[in-house]
Design a protein around this ligand. Structure first.
Ligand code: KDG
Length: 364
């Protein structure tokens, strides 16, 4: 039996309340949601480990831009990256951090790196599949049964080779971080099976496999930049979207989406990129420093994302979101219905890469 949890809204229909009571309830609800949001305790930013690195005496300004908000796990990781690089370069590298696509969305930031007008960014791999087709493997549904297996693949030979392969076209790829397992939200209905998705307008990242996934499930998918998503949901241009719980809360999607289904249908990594023009100006010691800082940022960001995942799901329930937790049988229905996506993309992505990643899951 699917477990559905809902909030006190249910008591509202049909019961008359004096204006004062309504006001009080609204205030309590407001306070509850405020305190709930405020309660999202981010794990403390760790102390910097490692010695000060000798540079070439020059000073460098490094602008690092991301698309997610200031209260995302990703931005928390950026704050740690800034702390490491500034301390270990003895202040010779100053890091300016930007969030909420202040300097452009994922694809605009990647173009800015190639043009040398921005130094660093960390997009999801999904919007970059047109530039690096092998990244599409990460968009296959239910590929990583656990985040630990994702780490093993990304930090292992497969992930490290991908970083080397993606260090081209004016970019230098130096690390991985976690966007996370994606959950479906919408403003129309509680989704418990693919049949509930019929015609539902779902926003996806600009990625052909995500479009294939939602078409295969019977929905009506629309590719769109993350920077436009909140407004599109608010105005009803689309009915739904899918992102990790921490992004749903940090981007306040729950304010315009009543329903969520815990689908965990795709695990999305972030890839940490540096402008090659900037990279080539740095002395080798500072290049190595950025690599080490990117690794520590990624590990810390994974920890933040995983520490907060369940807590935030609970907070979203307390803030009124109706969250459907699927039974294993219901999840199996989504997996069966999406199996054809593997057949569609096996040759384009490369069966060998898919089999090697799946072998990692079995090896666990
Ligand atoms: O800039 C934010 C992105 O990285 C974005 O891709 C996040 O998961 C995301 C989405 O749905 O676009």
């Amino acid at each position: 039996m699917t477990t559905i949890t809902s909030f006190p809204h249910a008591t509202r229909p049909g019961r008359t309340r004096s204006r004062l009571t309504t006001l009080m309830v609204a205030t309590v609800l407001g306070l509850t949601s405020l305190s709930a949001v405020a309660a999202t305790e981010m794990p403390p930013i760790p102390e910097v480990t490692g010695d000060v690195v000798e540079g070439d005496g020059n000073d460098y300004n490094l602008k690092f831009n991301i698309g997610l908000t200031q209260s995302s796990a990703q931005y928390r990781g950026l704050e740690y990256f800034k702390k490491i690089v500034e301390q270990r370069s003895d202040g010779h590298i100053q890091v300016q951090t930007f969030h909420s696509a202040q300097l452009g969305d994922d694809l605009q930031s990647v173009s800015a790196l190639q043009a040398g007008t921005l130094e660093m960014t960390a997009p999801s791999t999904s919007p970059m599949v047109s530039m690096f087709p092998q990244f599409a493997v990460f968009d296959l549904p239910f590929l990583f049964p656990t985040p630990e297996i994702a780490d093993k693949v990304l930090d292992g030979d497969i992930g490290q080779q991908m970083l080397k392969d993606a260090s081209t076209k004016g970019l230098v790829a130096i690390g991985w971080a976690e966007n996370g397992y994606r959950q479906l939200t919408n403003s129309k209905l509680a989704v418990t099976s693919p049949s509930d998705l019929d015609g539902l307008k779902v926003r996806t990242m600009q990625n052909p496999i995500h479009l294939d996934i939602w078409r295969t499930l019977g929905a009506n998918p629309t590719p769109m930049s993350f920077a436009e998503l909140f407004t599109a949901l608010e105005q009803g241009v689309v009915d739904g979207q899918e992102n990790p719980w921490i992004t749903i809360e940090s981007s306040k999607f729950n304010e315009v989406q009543q329903y969520a289904t815990e689908t965990n249908h795709v695990y999305t990594p972030f890839i940490t990129l540096v402008s090659e023009r900037f990279w080539n100006r740095l002395p080798e010691s500072y290049q190595q420093l950025l690599r080490e800082a990117a690794k520590q940022m990624g590990d810390y960001e994974r920890q933040v994302s995983r520490t907060l995942n369940d807590q935030i799901k609970q907070e979203l329930k307390e803030q009124g979101m109706q969250i459907t937790e699927l039974t294993p049988e219901q999840i199996a229905t989504f997996q069966e219905d999406l199996a054809p996506v593997y057949d569609d993309w096996r040759d384009k992505i490369g069966g060998d890469l898919i089999d090697r990643i799946r072998a990692e899951s079995q090896a666990q």
